[in-house]
Design a protein around this ligand. Structure first.
Ligand SMILES: [Zn+2]
Length: 548
């Protein structure tokens, strides 16, 4: 009688595949006895995977080990510490928000519930030319924070200019230019993803293009990009897009028009020209891209939006001195009237709504006509300008400005070079009357512009929220559902996903998101945040010690 070894040899001689199969069975059996760790920490079964590339979905299971996607296959049968059956819902990479003001709130609410509940797992700070200078201490503080999301930052040109030159309207001296370049270099070495500019704001608005180019070159040398809140988003928006393109072209780095929009009714339709300028630049080899949010209103400070730059020169003390000067005040007011009529006011003071005033919480949610009435004034444009000036004099406020055309919005949103960015923050739930973009941006794109209006396909929208921004800032290990990538993931029901935050009632979380994972850990499920805080600080390409 043959013993077992001989019998195996005999089988193998007759059917060569048998030995391999038997070996696999033995090894497999030995690898996962019940007492040992399962091969996956988390298994997501029955998913429709929208992988972030823009390709149509495919059905698969996904296994996670630690913070990394370990395997994707039509069916994974090996055991896992935890298995979630997602029942045919969409599984996509966690969304990456390339334009946020997360520093407003992240230290108070490190779970960033408003973002996580939209499926966002990465927030990028420091846009609009505004960031902490230097960046290193800020990033170290974020490292020490236990948070639910990943976070990274740009270094801000406006903040650097303010540090070196102040808020004045003048050219930089060669020495100052060198100092500013050194601060950009420091920012890149600290881990910035690039240089942000806010050429609309003071002091960015006093910066000649050539000066921006010189600083952009420094960011480019360290592999960073340039991202701009442009000089003008109204009548001169086409010139501003061309300037943004020129900064990339002359600076030798990728450049991005951030929160691209066309403000003011007389300017609606200009996105045809701005997008043509982007297409032509790309055709000749300029790496220019766009981000946008899906709302027809913008949000920034009342002073920044309505006052002319010259009236804001030098800082708050000087602004107040000009308003107190009977020779200057009427000139400022005339400009505010013009902006209400043709730019951010969309032709009607009711289009300007107070989002928050630190000095009077009761003003939040009131439009400029109502503020005027509350002051015993008439709801005219002239008196609305008076009300706006009073708001600035009293301490300043954030505002929401309804002056963007829906056609431009849709045209920009569906452009292949446009990604999604919220321009939002981390609000305290229920406090003030912030722009709903902080609560709804990503889910609004999926619900309104993908499902209801069919402006963008689901796969393309997910690309615009994931692999596209990841590639833009050089995040090689995020933004795709693929083995080896960090397990930042979102599970949602595309039929049910819906933004509830409105301008009237902004403090409402998005609906239809089922699970959110950051670095392999579930941070949101069954309608609630979990206790997990797996968020990491992400660093740009210039950091000498490497990056995460
Ligand atoms: Zn901005």
């Amino acid at each position: 009688m043959l013993d077992i070894r001989d019998r195996l040899k005999e089988w193998t001689r007759r059917r060569p595949g048998m030995l391999l199969a038997a070996t696999i069975a033995v090894v497999a059996g030995a690898a996962w006895p019940a007492a040992q760790a399962a091969p996956y920490d988390l298994l997501l079964r029955n998913a429709r995977i929208v992988d972030g590339t823009g390709s149509p979905w495919f059905r698969a299971d996904l296994g996670i080990r630690g913070d990394t996607i370990a395997r994707i296959a039509p069916s994974i049968d090996e055991p896992a510490t935890r298995t979630i059956d997602v029942a045919g819902q969409v599984l996509a990479p966690g969304f990456i928000d390339i334009h946020t003001h997360a520093a407003r709130g992240i230290f108070q609410i490190p779970t960033a519930d408003n973002y996580v509940r939209q499926g966002v797992t990465t927030l990028i700070e420091g846009p609009d030319g505004s960031s902490p200078v230097p960046l290193g201490a800020f990033l170290a503080k974020l490292e020490a924070l236990e948070k639910a999301v990943n976070i990274g930052a740009f270094i801000g040109q406006g903040s650097i200019r303010s540090r070196v030159i102040g808020e004045g309207n003048r050219q930089a001296t060669p020495d100052e230019l060198q100092q500013m370049g050194a601060l950009v270099e420091q920012g890149m070495k600290d881990g910035a993803f690039g240089l942000s500019t806010g050429l609309f704001y003071v002091p960015g608005t006093f910066t000649p293009t050539g000066e921006v180019v010189e600083l952009a070159k420094v960011a480019g040398r360290f592999g960073g990009i340039h991202i701009s809140h442009m000089r003008d988003e109204t009548a001169a928006v086409v010139d501003s897009v061309n300037e943004t393109i020129a900064i990339g072209e002359r600076g030798g780095l990728a450049t991005q028009v951030t929160h691209h929009k066309i403000i003011g009714r007389p300017n609606w339709g200009k996105s045809v020209e701005t997008l043509r300028a982007v297409d032509e630049a790309r055709a000749r080899g300029v790496d220019v891209t766009i981000d946008a949010y899906p709302y027809t209103a913008s949000s920034t400070s009342i002073q920044g939006a309505l006052f002319p730059a010259w009236a804001q020169e030098g800082g708050r003390k000087q602004v107040l001195a000009r308003l107190a000067d009977p020779a200057i005040r009427p000139k400022i007011k005339a400009d505010v009237v013009r902006v209400i009529m043709n730019e951010r006011g969309g032709g009607d003071p009711r289009n300007i709504v107070v989002a928050s005033c630190e000095w009077d919480a009761a003003l939040a949610g009131r439009n400029l006509s109502e503020v005027a009435r509350g002051r015993g004034l008439q709801p005219t444009v002239d008196d609305a300008a008076e009300a706006a000036i009073w708001l600035v004099q009293s301490g300043g406020c954030q505002g929401v400005f309804h002056a963007i055309g829906e056609e431009d919005l849709e045209r920009i949103l569906k452009h292949p070079a446009t990604m999604i960015g919220s321009d939002g923050e981390v609000p305290t739930f229920g406090k003030a009357s912030p722009h709903p973009r902080s609560y709804g941006t990503f889910v609004r794109v999926l619900g309104v512009y993908v499902r209801d209006r069919r402006i963008v396909t689901l796969a393309d929208a997910v690309r615009k929220m994931t692999s596209f921004p990841a590639a833009r800032i050089g995040l090689a290990d995020r933004g795709l559902v693929r083995p080896g990538m960090k397990a930042d993931l979102v599970v949602f029901d595309p039929a049910r996903v819906k933004d509830l935050a409105t301008f009237e009632r902004p403090h409402q979380y998005a609906e239809g998101i089922s699970y959110v994972l950051t670095n392999g850990q579930v941070v949101f499920e069954k309608g609630a945040m979990t206790a997990a805080r797996p968020g990491a600080v992400l660093y740009g390409p210039g950091r000498p010690n490497g990056r995460r």
